[in-house]
Design a protein around this ligand. Structure first.
Ligand code: ZN
Length: 521
């Protein structure tokens, strides 16, 4: 089975921050997890580079739009690689194949009679790239950005979104899991039930965008352009069979603020193109610090590079998905990150690893004992727990319950720690109970091999480190791992800790920092 996972493509009018990195790490973890089970997996992320907002941000920097987006897109790409996010493709909406994709889609929808000409007048928020109705604004200001909406009137091409209302309601009815969490699905159903208007999909007042192929003085509305990246990214127009292999088994991971674009407009666009709707749309919550949302316009900016400097990639990745269920909002509390690192990573997984390696070096000269085929009862319990953990963590991951998956992995660590204390290998060594000691150390090594496989999608560096110290080239794959197949490697004494203890650093969120975001570019 193939798996296709996407993130929103990010709007590079400011530097990336924790809020934009979060869904990309989620998709990265999910993609690594799927690959570990041997599934053919494609993970797409990238940048959304057209529209008036980009035009304005470029102007403010004294740059033409393209060199400007080249610069900022590169920053996103770099930051993502810093957090070990490894997409199959980092797409940019200025990529040639995407420009062709959008033109082709517009031609096809126009030919089908789903695009017609009209005019539009209304109040427009340039930050949202969206028109608002008067009653949606508060004293004429955008409810999201608190800036004055501008009055725009322009000739415009419309997409016949209203014609898809009944079809959409039927789609939601047939697929109650289409949007997750379920509460968000209900919001969408209510919204569509209340009626849909046709969507203005072109802008004649904006020049930085993809021209309509049938009216070149208009550029494509940035959302219409952006959503199509999900098809470009699997070669919809290409000659390979990639599209057939990956569509529609796709999960779109998105922020809850852009749900309507993905759950209403996007399936209607696909229907117009004769393409099946996506399998699932997963809306995640937002991170706040002291109650403020992290985003380019919140006034608070959490610098991901600084967080990595202070805490490291793996503790940050772990914390984000252990602290808060994926669909809910979370409060980013650095004290909690430090606490989870010190208790769960350093004292939990780190100590288990450390003391097992020390005992192997001390009692067995670094050689991992071969486990006999006949299982001793207590070892069999650890083996069962290991296999059960792979199953239960996978069941959680299939439902994007990242936190619960981690919890089940840490329950296994507790089982292994209890086993160690019960067997007390140090006293077996004192008594010279050699075969029992072999059994115990072999069991612990096997447990660590399983843990390397289980934690790698979340913490690729730590998983690789555990595997390498056990004499394995890489972390084992979850789809093929079997108890007792450990190659008999040699371990070496560790010079460093898997997870160093951390101290809380000074807060990164500087309330005065927000206004300098644009200037930093
Ligand atoms: Zn706005």
């Amino acid at each position: 089975m193939s798996v296709y996972v996407t993130t929103p493509i990010f709007y590079p009018n400011a530097v990336p921050h924790l809020g934009t990195t979060y869904p990309a790490i989620a998709a990265d973890i999910f993609a690594r997890w799927s690959r570990s089970f041997g599934e053919e997996t494609r993970f797409l992320t990238g940048t959304d580079e057209h529209g008036r907002k980009i035009e304005k941000a470029a102007q403010a920097e004294g740059l033409a739009p393209k060199p400007f987006v080249d610069l900022v897109s590169a920053k996103f790409h770099h930051l993502f690689s810093l957090v070990d996010i490894e997409p199959s493709r980092f797409i940019r909406t200025t990529d040639t194949d995407h420009l062709e994709m959008v033109a082709e889609a517009l031609r096809a929808m126009r030919a089908k009679g789903d695009i017609y000409e009209g005019t539009y007048a209304g109040l427009y928020c340039v930050e949202c790239e969206t028109y608002y109705k008067e009653e949606e604004l508060s004293s004429g200001r955008c409810p999201v950005h608190q800036i004055k909406a501008e009055f725009l009137e322009e000739a415009c091409y419309y997409f016949t979104l209203s014609a898809y209302r009944d079809w959409l309601l039927d789609l939601y009815h047939q697929n109650p899991e289409f949007v997750r969490p379920r509460a968000r699905m209900n919001e969408v159903v209510e919204f569509v039930k209340s009626g849909l208007e046709d969507l203005c999909i072109s802008r004649s007042s904006v020049s930085w965008g993809i021209p309509l192929p049938f009216a070149r003085s208009h550029v494509t509305y940035v959302w219409f352009d952006a959503l199509l990246n999900y098809l470009t990214g699997i070669g919809y127009l290409g000659s390979s069979d990639m599209f057939a292999r990956f569509w529609p088994n796709v999960v779109h991971i998105i922020g809850k603020d852009i749900l309507k674009f993905h759950a209403v407009i996007w399936p209607a666009m696909l229907k117009s193109l004769g393409v099946a709707p996506p399998k699932s749309i997963l809306a995640h919550g937002f991170w706040t610090a002291d109650g403020r949302k992290f985003s380019k316009h919140s006034g608070g900016l959490l610098d991901v590079a600084a967080l990595i400097d202070a805490y490291g990639q793996d503790p940050l990745r772990y914390f984000l998905f252990r602290e808060t269920p994926f669909g809910l909002d979370g409060n980013f509390d650095e004290g909690r990150l430090v606490e989870r690192n010190n208790v769960e990573l350093a004292q939990g997984l780190g100590n288990l690893f450390q003391r097992t390696v020390s005992m192997l070096v001390r009692y067995r000269n670094g050689c991992i004992p071969v486990l006999p085929v006949e299982r001793e009862e207590r070892e069999a319990l650890v083996a069962q727990a290991a296999n059960r953990t792979v199953e239960s963590a996978n069941a959680h991951m299939q439902e994007f319950r990242f936190r619960e998956a981690l919890e089940s992995i840490w329950e296994f660590i507790a089982v292994v720690n209890r086993y160690t204390n019960l067997l007390s290998p140090w006293s077996l060594a004192d008594r010279g109970a050699d075969s029992q000691l072999d059994f115990c150390l072999g069991t612990l090594s096997e447990a660590l091999r399983y843990l390397a496989a289980l934690v790698t999608p979340f913490m690729p560096r730590s998983g690789a480190k555990i595997a390498q110290r056990l004499g394995l080239p890489d972390a084992p794959k979850l789809g093929t791992i079997r108890w007792g197949r450990s190659p008999t490697g040699r371990v070496a004494e560790l010079s460093d800790h898997l997870f160093p203890l951390l101290e809380e650093r000074r807060p990164t969120v500087d309330p005065n920092l927000g206004s300098s975001v644009e200037r930093d570019l």
